[in-house]
Ligand binder design. Structure first.
Ligand code: ADP
Length: 375
């Protein structure tokens, strides 16, 4: 019996190019993310359905200049120069902070990725760009709701926590002075007090974290008198420092100039370093200092003569929830969030942190706070 096979006509090269192009088109069109390809002059050469949906247009935009098709806003709703932005992209970059303004005025939160297309290995010049767009409005509003929830909850819990802390510490005081000796009651009260303090630290950290994570809270520069700030911090921490038997020192450069930054953030950053220096120092001193660094800004530093930090721990200090394994760290309560938040806050004010620490000798945390431009 002879078998019949179906004979295909061989495709000529034009047909196979057409077939390939069709395949590529349907592939790009079935992508969930918006794709826009641009030529060297930033004219649109390809768009897919998802891109047109996001941009809310019906025509494929082919041949249009990208700046006439894509209106991006920054975090503060200021228009971005899309042409310049794309031109200056030398390697792949992406952002979740930009927004898209539609022709009817509606604003959409966007994930935007910009990738230059290189013609071939080792070739320097660009062959165009590919943009990927994703509407993340819903994700963003969930993030905002989460942050709002955390800040409301932590705010509401602050009052009962303060009352509980006050009462337990009163009870402890009365019990100690009552002449009654009952070690288990004393231990229970001590433990309750310690846990309430831990809870309130945790609530404060969460509130600060949610504030720091709302990147939107762009720091508004104010005029800060750094001399007064250091003295205020010193006098508010003096009782705690002295009650631990430590000495408080301040070193204030007489040449300090007025600093332009966010007072709230600078204060929170310094407070985190100061509370740590007190917590991780058993004897010696805590120094709070400020030194003018040209006209660019001020170097604040907190030095302690405490337990110090090993080189390997120094690399992890700013990680979320990191706490050293050192038993002396574990003797104190802490969330491991303080320095993580400090780093986030310092990014909001363009600050730079340096750590210099030696085990069993002490640590210095220096933070350079630059003068921010006023808008
Ligand atoms: P927490 O103090 O709540 O544990 P932090 O994020 O503020 O969290 O600090 C992370 C860790 O870094 C601490 O647990 C401690 O191990 C270490 N650390 C921070 N500051 C100091 C310091 N001044 N001296 C020694 N260790 C420190």
């Amino acid at each position: 019996m002879s078998s019949k096979s179906i004979q295909h006509e061989p495709l000529d090269s034009a047909q196979s190019v057409e077939l390939e192009r069709g395949r590529l088109n349907s592939l790009i069109n079935s992508m969930g993310d918006g794709v826009i390809a641009l030529d060297k002059k930033l004219n649109v050469i390809i768009t897919n359905g998802a891109a047109l949906n996001i941009l809310d247009v019906n025509s494929p935009l082919i041949g249009k200049k990208i700046e006439s098709a894509l209106f991006l806003l920054d975090n503060d709703d200021h228009p971005l120069n899309v042409h310049k932005l794309i031109r200056e992209t030398k390697t792949h970059s992406s952002s979740r902070e930009w927004k898209l303004k539609l022709s009817d005025g509606e604003i959409v939160n966007l994930y935007t990725s910009i990738a230059p297309v290189q013609p071939g290995y080792g070739k320097e010049e660009m062959d165009g760009y590919v943009l990927i767009l994703r509407d993340i409005t819903r994700e963003k509003s969930l993030e905002d709701e989460r942050d709002e929830f955390i800040s409301v909850v932590s705010h509401e819990l602050r009052t009962p926590m303060t009352i509980a802390e006050g009462n337990v510490s009163n009870a402890l005081y009365i019990f100690k002075n009552s002449g009654v000796v009952n070690e288990s009651v004393q231990a229970a009260l001590n433990e309750t007090h310690k846990q309430i303090l831990y809870l309130s630290d945790m609530m404060n950290d969460l509130a600060m974290l949610s504030r720091a994570e709302r990147g939107k809270l762009s720091a508004k520069p104010e005029s800060i008198n750094a001399h007064v700030l250091v003295e205020e911090l010193a006098s508010s921490y003096k009782p705690e420092i002295e009650s631990k038997g430590l000495k408080l020192k301040t070193e204030i450069d007489p040449k300090l100039q007025v600093l332009k930054s966010s007072r709230l953030y600078v204060k929170e950053i310094l407070q985190n370093f100061i509370t740590n220096s007190i917590k991780y120092t058993k004897k010696g001193s805590v120094t709070i200092g400020a030194k003018q660094k040209s006209d660019a800004g001020i170097n604040f530093y907190i030095t302690d003569t405490g337990i110090g930090i090993t080189k390997s721990d120094q690399a992890k200090l700013f990680h979320k929830f990191f706490r050293s394994e050192d038993y002396r760290t574990r003797e104190t309560s802490g969330t491991g969030l303080g320095l993580y938040i400090t780093l986030k806050l310092s990014k909001l004010v363009n600050a730079k942190i340096d750590v210099d620490s030696h085990l069993n000798k002490g640590s210095t945390f220096t933070v350079f706070i630059p003068n921010l431009d006023e808008e």
